[in-house]
Ligand binder design. Structure first.
Ligand code: CO
Length: 134
């Protein structure tokens, strides 16, 4: 499998304040806010020349990010996202390797299929795989 880093996601308690920090203090390009109901998150992307940072905050009632922010009230690194050319193939390979895939593929923030891999199988890091055809 050929992988590339797509983004690092940071859960933040205040999306607007974090976006302003990246924009005004670090001088980065920052996207508008997207609310992803299916994922239970609102996201803002910090666009860097070689990758992105995804700022995420709970959206809706049953957000998976809410518990993370309760444990990490100042925010923290939530997941890394690696690009792969075929998420279905990657999911099958991961299962064959004994790695836990968390649910079926969903459509992510860039209208591409994504899956998540269990952090206990990847040294404590939640790994998102995003399908990007090149
Ligand atoms: Co992500």
């Amino acid at each position: 499998m050929k992988l590339r880093l797509n983004h690092v996601a940071i859960a933040v308690p205040d999306l607007a304040a974090s976006a302003a920090m990246y924009r005004d203090v670090l001088g980065a390009d920052v996207s508008g806010q997207m609310d992803l109901a299916e994922h239970g998150v609102s996201v803002i992307f910090v666009q860097l020349p070689n990758t992105k940072i995804e700022l995420i905050h709970p959206f809706g009632e049953k957000s998976s990010i809410a518990g993370f922010l309760e444990k990490n009230p100042n925010g923290g690194i939530h997941h890394i996202c690696l690009e792969t050319d075929d998420v279905a193939v990657a999911a099958a390979e991961m299962q064959k390797a004994g790695k836990r895939v968390l649910g079926p593929p969903k459509i992510g923030a860039h209208d591409h299929p994504v899956i998540f891999l269990h952090p206990k199988d990847f040294n404590g890091a939640l790994v998102e795989l995003e399908e990007v055809k090149d």
